[in-house]
Write a protein that binds this ligand. Structure first.
Ligand SMILES: NC(=O)c1ccc[n+]([C@@H]2O[C@H](COP(=O)([O-])OP(=O)(O)OC[C@H]3O[C@@H](n4cnc5c(N)ncnc54)[C@H](OP(=O)(O)O)[C@@H]3O)[C@@H](O)[C@H]2O)c1
Length: 333
């Protein structure tokens, strides 16, 4: 299988490129090699290469800057995914596009499922939601697809591009051939990503704890830290499988505040014998963050029930994933 990874220089994209290079033929584009804000460049560079799957891990991810640069946010997070989806459709390739828990307003107090209404409260969230809608609309869906074909269902096996006998029987040969060619794009929403390829919240907290005796983090905002390595492990199951509705949530299991997340990181460092000045993370309130221009959802835990139903696998707990990360990438430092 030939893969293109856009955003191959980012936190997630770098991890995906590293994990897939051995098993698949991978072409990665970082920001310097492909500018999502340039529609002509996207078409020129991507239309000329042959691939089966394009993974878009690139985005304008600075949530506060998006408030100031609304047009650019929509160009990169909404228009570019639309163009990528069209390029993939025209090549009969599949697009896997990453999105965010920030498409939700945070008003719920239990994990968000894929069908919950999105209601973004920031420009970043709005632009990412617009990108999702464009991708979902740009599907290579044959008009004659029969109700109940396996492509309509939550595909559970890698053979879901092949129609089983009942569906094929209802079609003429041409129709069946067309159905086999369908590649449904997939949106994967993730939250609070961390990993070794670009510093994130957890690395910032460990750095602060190395340099200061007192550190703090927000205690009234909740989601789930999710390890890039775990995202990379789960994703190939969907390279050749359609997912009903075209959206899938993926996160490590459980939920926490930023304060709990940071405290666990410090506890793991202590277990690994990593010297820190701070041992305790004090509580800050979301309302204290006066320098943030974007609103952020206070609760944006993503339910992975659909993922588990499709795969029979539960993601590992976020605490285990964080402990694993610290053991591998901090212990030797
Ligand atoms: N980080 C999180 O906690 C989080 C949470 C929920 C969802 N997500 C989503 O997960 C995906 C991956 O995020 P991440 O954490 O890996 O973010 P990241 O480290 O900021 O990576 C984003 C990448 O996109 C690139 N990029 C930005 N503008 C571009 C442009 N105009 N053309 C081409 N590339 C461009 C960036 O390059 P430069 O840095 O060189 O500009 C960077 O390499 C994104 O879709 C994001 O919305 C992330």
């Amino acid at each position: 299988m030939k893969l293109v990874i856009v955003g191959a220089g980012g936190r997630l994209g770098t991890a995906l490129a590293r994990e897939y290079r051995e098993k698949f033929s991978v072409i990665g584009f970082d920001h310097t090699q492909l500018d999502l804000a340039n529609a002509n460049e996207l078409r020129e560079k991507l239309c000329t290469i042959d691939f089966d799957l394009l993974i878009n891990a690139a985005a304008f991810t600075n949530v506060d800057l998006c408030e100031k640069e609304r047009d650019q946010a929509f160009r990169i997070n909404a228009d570019a995914p639309r163009i990528l989806a069209e390029i993939c459709r025209d090549k009969n390739a599949k697009l896997i596009h990453f999105s965010t828990d920030y498409v939700f307003d945070g008003g719920k107090r239990e994990p968000y499922i894929e069908n919950d209404p999105a209601n973004p409260i920031s420009v970043y969230g709005e632009s990412k939601r617009a990108g999702e809608k464009f991708v979902l609309r740009t599907q290579d869906r044959p008009a004659s697809r029969p109700e109940g074909s396996r492509l309509d269902q939550s595909a559970g096996s890698p053979s879901s591009f092949d129609l089983g006998p009942p569906a094929v029987a209802a079609l003429d040969a041409e129709g069946a051939a067309r159905l086999r060619r369908v590649r449904q794009h997939l949106i994967v929403r993730v939250s609070w990503i961390f990993g070794p390829d670009r510093p994130s919240f957890i690395d910032g907290m460990i750095k602060r704890a190395r340099e200061n005796e007192q550190i703090d983090a927000i205690s009234d905002k909740f989601s789930t830290p999710t390890y890039t390595h775990d995202i990379a492990q789960m994703l190939p199951q969907f390279f050749e499988v359609d997912v009903e509705g075209g959206i899938l949530h993926f996160a490590n299991a459980g939920e926490c505040s930023w304060q709990e997340y940071a405290q666990w990181a410090l506890d793991c460092c202590a277990t690994e014998g990593i010297a820190l000045k701070a041992k305790i993370v004090d509580a800050l309130k979301l309302a204290d963050m006066k320098n943030w221009s974007a609103r952020r959802p206070v609760y944006s835990v993503l339910s992975t029930a659909k993922y588990s139903a499709l795969t029979d696998v539960s993601p590992r707990a976020w605490r285990d994933a964080v402990a694993d990360y610290i053991r591998h990438f901090y212990s030797q430092k």
